[in-house]
Write a protein that binds this ligand. Structure first.
Ligand code: PEP
Ligand code: MG
Length: 757
């Protein structure tokens, strides 16, 4: 018996000669069926190619020649059609006993018992089938099947070069990749979007299958493996693709695969058989896919997904196609698909064309989701195994309201979606009319409603929403979108532009909050230092105080930008009061310096702190008298209160912002700062959700800073609420809270005629 390598190599050598010959495409196909038949000792070898949606017999050895270009099968019809439809290999000792067998008398195939067929795949679509048949009823050996699969790859290249198939022909794609499909996930940002699927990390298209120089290909794969292993090791220390979450588990699996001897050996063998490095990686991946498909185990399916990811990474390295879809630019309305993204990666995309995002992981308060929310881009998260269900360019309807994605939707569905789109636009238009409406409660209390922002592009949202100001300007976004540390002049320019655009309305600048899931490639830890828990690690004010150059530069930029105006500065992640003092001192020393320089200074500087770390709540009596304002960052606060990573997909739905623990905690903060008269704002995502906003009003919070899209809905809510009533109701609930406070609040809202969806 032949070894896999020897048989594939013998076939490839002959095929190489055929392909290099000057004969026409048909003559080449005729020769190829002979080569395969001879090498696999098969009486029959046939090639079917897709033409006008049908699989047509293009060449055969062993069947009646009269059947060539006559025998045609629909995709899904007979064994050949089934192989194309499912993109799956069949290996049968007795072809006629298979339920899909369809006898074609013109071929004269009745003499042959055994049958093996392999799909010819191009760009994830079956464009043909190569089949062998034998008189004796026997199953083909695995090595023979593998040789046939290698041949199918070569044929795919030959067929494309010879333009034997129409690249636009979309038949021959398996049902699970052609028909409509519906995927379910978790709503992360509401809204509707339609567009074409774009993978953040695009699949590599393999152009050359047959190697010119086997040794050179081997070296390419070795180098790629080294680089990939380096990347995985680095990722493990930096948590490049999402902090917390499942990344550790995933990385462990990645590492296991990356160092798996079996995997690299099989790729090497495929190279030995004469394939290019790219084709060898793909070839081995096909084999794994085929094996895994036979095992029905969700855990294994997950691992399979990891291996796909890694195999794709190896392919990208070896082929040098390293860029993300952002670097190639979006061509039309796009729905971006990724396992996970950092906020900076999202910001690299063209905002005008990016219409929606689908993540395999993700959580409500991950920064990428906050950025998408601010951009008004719907996001559905926690949708698994997307690569197996969606192809590049598929039309997708993203229903961020329901957390549902329709893949390749039927026209009737698109129509219904359009109608909902129109309704949504109407609703948006309605909220837009609320721009000049004051957020006053039924009992006459004026609530302050501000927006969260982070980029120059966010500024138009201020006049559009009619918000009272910017309650949180996340200055680190400028750092995230830069390839290098933004120089002081650039920072000053941004802050000045922001203040000018805001006019009379206040802007609260938060000093850089780097770390956690906001990773700066140019601001690394010291060599060798890694973080187990970056969200609780070296981030925000902790970085700023240690690298005080960073804070000094920012302080100077802010002070200069606010010359002649009031400057509002807020420090993130203050854990102990002295940290606030230290940060303030950095600003004050810059003021002193600029004063000496006789520079125009801000009229006033108001210093505030963010309450995100529960420990600070114990020291509010010490801190509050020193503050001009306090802002509660509920995103971080809740992750620390619950000890639940805000970016962890498995914890995304576990704890509720309306739980008694959060509500009681916030009530206590309100009570503790009240004697000092410190302005108290909530600036986490919580305040932008209506039911949560209602709860905050009930707790006595009268200042909210929220995502711009929420301003209209929250203003509408405020105008329907009687503050006295919700406060006394909340007092009662907090004394004897129920486990499901969400339902309690929803029922109360409903009884008051307040729509809190
Ligand atoms: C928060 O933690 O609630 C907050 C507003 O800050 P960020 O989301 O940027 O961490
Ligand atoms: Mg925070």
């Amino acid at each position: 018996m032949l070894t896999a390598v020897a048989s594939a190599r013998a076939i490839l050598t002959s095929l190489h000669e055929v392909m290099a010959s000057r004969s026409g495409a048909q003559a080449k196909l005729n020769r190829i069926v002979d080569v395969i038949g001879e090498n696999l000792n098969s009486e029959v070898c046939s090639i079917y190619l897709l033409r006008e949606g049908m699989l047509e017999l293009f060449a055969t050895r062993g069947l009646e020649q009269a059947a060539v270009h006559v025998t045609r099968m629909a995709v899904g019809e007979g064994l050949v059609g089934t192989i194309a439809q499912n993109i799956e290999t069949l290996n049968l000792a007795e072809a006629a006993s298979h339920p899909d067998f369809a006898f074609r008398p013109e071929t004269g195939e009745e003499r042959f018992h055994s049958f093996a067929g392999v799909p010819i795949v191009r760009r994830q679509r079956a464009v043909g089938v190569v089949a062998v048949q034998h008189v004796d009823p026997r199953r083909y050996e695995e090595v023979e099947i593998e040789a046939l699969q290698t041949v199918a790859m070569v044929l795919a290249e030959l067929i494309a070069n010879a333009e034997l198939i129409d690249d636009e022909d979309v038949a021959g794609v398996p049902d699970h990749l052609t028909g409509p499909d519906r995927l379910k996930g978790q709503t992360l940002v509401k809204g509707l979007a339609v567009g074409q699927a774009v993978f953040h990390q695009p699949r590599v298209t393999i152009e050359h299958v047959v190697a010119e120089d086997t040794e050179a290909e081997r070296q390419r794969v070795y180098r790629a493996f080294d680089k990939m292993r380096e990347q995985i090791d680095r990722m493990a220390s930096q948590a490049e693709f999402g902090v917390g979450g499942e990344h550790e588990e995933v990385l462990e699996t990645y590492r296991m695969f990356a160092y798996d001897e079996g995997w690299s050996r099989r790729i090497n063998e495929a190279i030995d058989s004469g394939l290019t490095a790219e084709a060898a990686i793909e070839r081995v991946q096909q084999r794994t896919r085929m094996r895994m498909r036979q095992i029905d185990d969700p855990l294994l399916a997950d691992r399979m997904h990891d291996l796909e990811d890694l195999s794709n990474r190896l392919l990208r390295i070896v082929s040098g196609q390293l860029g993300t879809a952002a670097s190639m630019g979006l061509k039309g309305d796009a729905i971006l698909i990724a396992r996970n993204l950092g906020p900076a990666e999202l910001l690299e995309y063209d905002r005008r064309r990016l219409k929606g995002v689908i993540l395999e992981e993700g959580s409500l308060t991950a920064h990428v989701v906050i950025v998408a929310r601010a951009m008004g881009i719907p996001v559905v998260g926690r949708v698994r195994a997307l690569r197996g269900k969606v192809r590049d360019g598929d039309i997708l309807l993203v229903d961020g309201d329901q957390g549902v994605i329709d893949v390749r939707p039927a026209p009737s569905l698109v129509e219904a979606f359009e109608a909902r789109f129109a309704k949504n636009r109407e609703r948006q238009a309605h909220y837009a009319t609320m721009r000049d409406v004051e957020p006053v409660t039924r009992d006459g209390q004026r609530i302050t409603v501000m927006i969260n922002a982070g980029l120059r592009d966010d500024m138009p949202m201020l006049p559009l929403t009619g918000a009272d100001g910017i309650g949180l300007f996340r200055t680190e976004f400028q750092f995230l979108v830069s390839a290098t540390m933004p120089q002081r002049e650039r920072q000053t320019r941004l802050y000045r532009d922001v203040l000018e655009a805001a006019g009379d309305r206040p802007v609260v600048f938060r000093t850089v909050d780097i770390g956690g899931d906001k990773v700066l490639p140019y601001l690394r830890h010291n060599e060798g230092e890694t973080e187990e828990n970056p969200a609780m690690g070296w981030r925000a004010l902790r970085v700023a105080l240690e690298r005080d150059g960073l804070l000094k530069v920012q302080a100077r930029a802010l002070i200069e930008a606010a010359a002649g105006r009031t400057l509002n500065v807020m420090f993130p992640m203050v854990t102990e009061p002295w940290e606030f003092d230290a940060a303030k001192a950095v600003f004050e020393s810059q003021v002193a310096f600029l004063r000496k320089q006789k520079k125009l200074l801000p009229e006033a500087i108001r210093y505030g702190a963010m309450l995100e770390v529960p420990a600070l709540a114990e020291c509010l009596d010490i801190l509050a008298p020193r503050l001009s304002f306090l802002s509660i960052g509920t995103n971080d606060l809740t992750q620390f209160l619950f000890a639940a990573d805000r970016a962890h997909p498995k914890l995304a739905e576990r704890y509720d912002w309306l739980s008694p623990a959060i509500l009681r905690f916030l009530a206590r903060v309100v009570r503790d700062v009240a004697p000092f008269g410190t302005a108290l704002t909530v600036c986490g995502e919580m305040g932008g959700r209506r039911l949560e906003a209602l709860a905050l009003l009930g707790l006595g919070i009268t200042r909210l800073s929220i995502t711009p899209a929420a301003v209209g809905p929250v203003k509408e809510l405020i105008r329907k609420v009687d503050l006295g009533e919700i406060r006394s109701a909340m007092d009662g609930w907090l004394r004897a809270p129920q486990a499901d406070m969400r339902s309690v609040l929803a029922q109360w809202a409903c009884a008051q005629g307040i729509d809190c969806d």
